[in-house]
Design a protein around this ligand. Structure first.
Ligand code: MF3
Ligand code: CO
Length: 283
């Protein structure tokens, strides 16, 4: 085996620090989620997240990262990831992905949610299905960190979940696209570390899963073709065909006797129990 990059395996004490960062991110996303209503600007959501992070004495991970200008990435409709908050006003039915990262004592947490802006009308069923399927793909990928043997188990689980959703007739009988240009990543003393965490199958099944591995799992699904392009702002990533996208993400620790979702308040216990996986309580 060759070509594997050096992975920062964490001690249990370091995982506890990462959980503190993860819980700040979870709180920020919870506050933002409640403000995703018609009439909100994406800049106002960014300010809410910045306030929560500041209240905890934490720092935003994204602000200043390669010159990134905001606390959150907010990606609306055909925007997949890395949308920059601004004066855009959200409307009922918009598909809004919110990605947040925070640093506590040098340790990072990173998580994303997607919500359909509620309104009076009936939300587009296929948009709602896109959002729930992507969230289910995230949890299937996370569960694979507990049940699988290698990191490639994550992408296999994501792809299988998407295949099942299509077979069940979701997306109006059309295929979903799984975005390949952006992937999950190791996380710890930096937001992005080796290894990459793919959302699809490959021949190389990746490294063996071992205690201390901390990764961000983050599937991105689209209702049409999986291909993306970057806008002239050099950040915002959109689908080439204009189809809508969803993005969900959690930071997860692999421990000696199981996993713990660092950016979920309950460590992922409830969602993982539905998948037959028990979480490993942190010390
Ligand atoms: N949070 C994103 C990720 O999940 C990265 C954000 S890019 C930044 O990997 F520039 F905004 F920080
Ligand atoms: Co990430």
């Amino acid at each position: 085996m060759f070509g594997r990059e050096r992975i920062e395996y964490k001690t249990p004490e370091q995982v506890l620090l990462m959980r503190r960062a993860g819980l700040v991110v979870a709180e920020a996303l919870q506050v933002v989620r409640e403000a995703v209503v018609p009439g909100s600007t994406t800049a106002s959501l960014d300010a809410l997240a910045a306030a929560v992070i500041g209240d905890h004495g934490a720092q935003p991970s994204f602000l200043g990262y390669h010159g990134y200008p905001a606390t959150l990435c907010i990606s609306v409709n055909d925007e997949v990831v890395h949308g920059i908050p601004g004066e855009r006003v959200l409307q009922a039915g918009d598909v809004v992905s919110v990605d947040c990262g925070a640093i506590v004592e040098g340790w990072h947490g990173d998580s994303a949610i997607t919500v359909v802006v509620p309104g009076t009308g009936e939300l587009d069923r296929l948009d709602t299905e896109l959002v729930t399927t992507t969230e289910r793909a995230l949890w299937a990928g996370i569960a694979a960190l507990a049940t699988g043997d290698r990191l490639g188990s994550v992408g296999e689980a994501v792809e299988d979940l998407v295949d099942e959703a299509e077979a069940a007739g979701l997306n109006g009988g059309a295929r979903y696209g799984i975005v390949q240009e952006y992937v999950g990543h190791g996380i710890g003393t930096a937001m992005h570390q080796p290894p990459d965490v793919l959302n699809y199958r490959t021949r190389d099944r990746g490294q063996r899963l071992r205690p201390g591995l901390c990764v961000a799992v983050e599937p991105m699904l689209v209702r049409g073709s999986r291909y993306t392009r970057e806008l002239d702002d050099e950040w915002t990533v959109v689908t080439v065909d204009g189809s809508r996208a969803a993005h969900w993400e959690h930071s997860v620790a692999v421990l000696a006797d199981g996993i713990w979702v660092l950016t979920a308040v309950d460590g992922g216990a409830q969602r993982l129990a539905e998948l037959g996986v028990a979480v490993s309580p942190l010390a």
